[in-house]
Write a protein that binds this ligand. Structure first.
Ligand code: IPM
Ligand code: MG
Length: 342
């Protein structure tokens, strides 16, 4: 028997505990995991006054992989710059574990082609990966308020751009589409220059540049033509929600955040959905997809990752539809449908 993998499970807020419960059923079924739960986000603010304690960060550092459900909710919403925010837990974790590369694959399930707001002909064949820079840019720049104004600073070093561009080229099968705002922003001009340099080391892969506003448009007009979309933190946040909707619901999209070494963080792209929290109706499929990404990129059990993904596809082909997909299956129904197909 190999040693069990040590997983830190961070359920967080809103629907977080419900979908984490579903993920734990899946992990129990697969076997070989030792799971430790810890608070993050709003629940951690309520318990400890901060969204991420030093102890929880240390537990994550000592794990093989971190699985996170969702953070945030109206209870902790405030415009007071000094109030603790649930999102600080997630950002602190990304920064603390140096998870600079966020991978968000968008591959609409065949069974859901008619669930997308776009026509089937547009979506068919879509299989893209958003590679989002995750520890730099405006998310982590200097910010504050002064004399009735507020400011956020966007800064990138060439090294930060280079390492994320390398990840994009490593995953590309034919093309990297680098997204920036080089007609306006200095950080984007450095981005473009640096990506060009990295592209020189990967001559078999085509490179195209798109301005972010144009990319937002192309993503809905020709989604199937993208391969890897490489972009900075803020643009990646926005474009990945847009891309998620191609799959029919934001409840479908998983993500992996990885660094140069150490444990990765695996989480759905969607948020804590406070409007349906506690109703047992949350879609756990993005969470299952995140477990699959954890098995593939976090702990080297790629065969089981593929098995989870096909079980999800088969459950959808069998008619599984949660509320976000226009059906009435509960979280529990969705969980048993996937486990039955595993
Ligand atoms: C995401 C989320 C986070 C982000 C929030 C919760 C801080 O929207 O993972 O996309 O903006 O990165
Ligand atoms: Mg987001």
């Amino acid at each position: 028997m190999p040693e069990p993998s040590r997983i830190v499970a961070l359920a967080g807020d809103g629907i977080g505990p419900e979908i984490m419960g579903a993920a734990r059923e899946l992990l129990d079924r697969l076997g070989g995991f030792e799971v430790e739960e810890h608070p993050i986000g709003g629940v951690s603010i309520d318990e400890h006054g901060t969204a991420l304690t030093a102890d929880v960060l240390a537990a994550c550092r000592g794990s093989d992989a971190v699985l996170l459900a969702a953070v945030g909710g109206p209870k902790w919403d405030s415009t007071d710059p000094d109030a603790p925010r649930p999102e600080q837990g997630l950002l602190g974790l990304r920064k603390g574990l140096e998870l600079f590369a966020n991978l968000r694959p968008v591959r609409p399930s065949a069974a859901l082609l008619d669930a997308s707001p776009l026509r089937r002909e547009r979506i068919e064949g879509t299989d893209l990966l958003v590679v989002r820079e995750l520890t730099g840019g405006i998310y982590f720049g200097d910010r504050g308020r002064r004399d009735g104004s507020a400011y956020d600073t966007c800064a990138y070093s060439a090294d930060e751009i280079e390492r994320i561009a390398e990840v994009a080229f490593r995953f590309a099968r034919r093309r990297v589409t680098s997204v920036d705002k080089a007609n306006v922003l200095e950080t984007s001009r450095l981005w473009r220059e640096t990506v060009e340099r990295v592209a020189g080391r990967h001559e078999a892969t085509e490179l195209e540049h798109l301005l972010v506003d144009n990319a937002a448009m192309q993503l809905v007009s020709r989604p199937a033509e993208f391969d890897v979309i490489l972009t900075e933190n803020l643009f990646g946040d926005i474009l990945s929600d847009e891309a998620a909707m191609l799959t029919g619901s934001i409840g479908m999209l998983p993500s992996a955040s990885v660094g140069a070494s150490g444990p990765g963080l695996f989480e759905p792209v969607h948020g804590s959905a406070p409007d349906i929290a506690g109703t047992g109706r949350a879609n756990p499929l993005a969470m299952f997809g995140s477990v699959a990404m954890m098995l593939r990129y976090g702990i080297d059990r790629a065969d089981e990752a593929a098995a989870i993904e096909s079980a999800v596809d088969r459950a959808l082909e069998g008619g599984l539809r949660t509320a976000d997909l226009g059906g009435d299956a509960t979280t529990e129904d969705a969980t048993s449908a996937v486990l039955t197909n595993l």
